[in-house]
Design a protein around this ligand. Sequence first.
Ligand code: XIL
Length: 299
Amino acid sequence: ESTLGAAAAQSGRYFGVAIAANRLSDSTYATIAAREFNSVTAENEMKIDATQPQRGQFNFTAADRVYNWAVQNGKEVRGHTLAWHSQQPGWMQNLSGSALRQAMIDHINGVMSHYKGKIAQWDVVNEAFADGSSGARRDSNLQRTGNDWIEVAFRTARAADPSAKLCYNDYNVENWTWAKTQAMYRMVKDFKQRGVPIDCVGFQSHFNSGSPYNSNFRTTLQEFAALGVDVAITELDIQGASPSTYAAVVNDCLAVSRCLGVTVWGVRDSDSWRSEHTPLLFYNNGSKKPAYTAVLDAL
Ligand code: XIL
């Protein structure tokens, strides 16, 4: 195959990319994105601050720009993200307790109803666990509404759009030996045992010198899949873009039948949120990096 998306499709998977609405007018960017990928995640446009800037006033202008571009170019869409401690609008940052809990529920309903039946996977909850050795939940205004906020978010999401796969998404959960990974595993196991509606786990996979790729990532993917959820690599970027590490990540996904696909977090290095890491598959001039070839060969 000659593109990442077509190569991934040979094994029933997708190869996706994070898209920024304001870059779609850059023809180099749009040409690569349209050609190479068959799944799209909005890098920021479907987040809480973007979609509900004032309480009760939803704005899907930028989100729809990404969504419509994706559909017009034949790509499926991952929704990102509905409940998160970060990129909250000011009004939400100022809420607490039952008012914040209700605002979370209203937000999930508002965004999911706008896209009802149109989203392959939703990242319902993002980054709810703490880093480090505690295995605890991250402190946040949402966490302070009560430990059940995550399951309430998933139950709300299932009712709002039964056709979307509902994912929990986090970072520093790729290494099987890490406490954060084990804490997430216990939550997913508990949700499956109690019938909380969760369909998938997203592993962001922002690999860098502080949290490097480890070959036990495949074990992690296998262990979660064995709980009865799909897994996905949702925001892949690798500091330095080592071709062999990129190939290893792709091979880890391909080794797990419940791995739905891989999404890279941007097109060219200059589009990356960590551009100083030169972590992506395309040079700033749009040409393919060695990591691109390694990924294509692995798929
Ligand atoms: C990042 C975007 O790439 C940046 O443009 C933005 O300034 C901050 O958020 N985990 C996530 C993503 O789930 O939403 C984040 O995206 C990167 C880390």
